[in-house]
Design a protein around this ligand. Sequence first.
Ligand code: ZN
Ligand code: ZN
Ligand code: ZN
Length: 363
Amino acid sequence: MPDDVKTDPSEVREIRINPIVPAESVLVATARSMRPKKAEELAPRDTRKHVETCPFCRGNEHKTPPPILTWPETGDWQIRMVENLYPVLGDDRAQAGFTFGLQQTIDGYGRHEVIIDHHEHGIAIQDMAESHLAALFGVYQTRMRQLFESDDRLKYVLVFKNFGPAAGASIPHTHSQVIAMPVVPENVDAEVRNSAAHYAKHHHCIFCALIDEALTFEATIYDRNSGAVRRKINVGQYVVERGEKFIAIKPFASRYEWEVHILPLAHQADFLDVRGEDLADLARVMRRTMARLDAVIGGAQYNFFLHSVPHDTQRSAHAPSYHWHLEICPRTSIPTGFELGSGLFVNTINPEQAAERLRTVEL
Ligand SMILES: [Zn+2]
Ligand SMILES: [Zn+2]
Ligand SMILES: [Zn+2]
């Protein structure tokens, strides 16, 4: 319907520069004809409660390596953490990285572990009790702390989750993963460097500034010649969910149609500094955000990952400028050759409209 698209005042076609990492830009192009949705039907996820043959279901504990930790420690486990049988990094190789010409390699030293998030096989986050989710965040903290304390070669611990086949989950039982590595991942490093540069220039944290804008900023852009209103920006509309201590916002330059980030409202660089009593509020904001995503998308499949200040020698120097956050990236489409070839993400839904739908959907 080209006429409809042309007259739609909310249609957006612009390249949005990520304010934190300018090299990561997004082409927001909402013209409906951009993507052949039919060809991208995503595989459904497994919603069963218990699967006899699943190594992560209760009763099959012998099918996994012995647990690293369980919660609760006694009685029936609710959360269980084990070594990954197919680690991407292993702790058995300790040789140093070497350099050959222009190809630099870094030794694949590290840890790769799996957290079975819940004993129920296919349970979605929005269906978990908030107390359970708070405990899960507590398990993330406990293990991150143990890993950093056990080995000072580890500079970064990445906690992430793939949920559903569309998000690359190879085992359908709901689980998260922990990868501890001796280097800081490039995208985290870019966030850390750029936010430190912003801090050096403006003396405030760019993430805090984005939260302030999300909560208060409004602007009207007028046409230079005619004086007509060209665009009204109400950045407040980026708020998806708000708790007492945490906020869920839709990034201005969202790479994924339904991408949402959760951050602490007060400045905090390290996820390990979240106090135990505040995990309940984080769990509430998380559960409600996932419920909103699920209500709008229907059966959300997603990746989420935690970005926290790296535990390298610069940790305290970066504490005022870096702000930890959880990035949730629902997978509703598959990247095309254009995205792979250009490195430019294409988002076919206007982030302001996506935020409004998420914020206003009935829970
Ligand atoms: Zn299972
Ligand atoms: Zn901050
Ligand atoms: Zn990030």
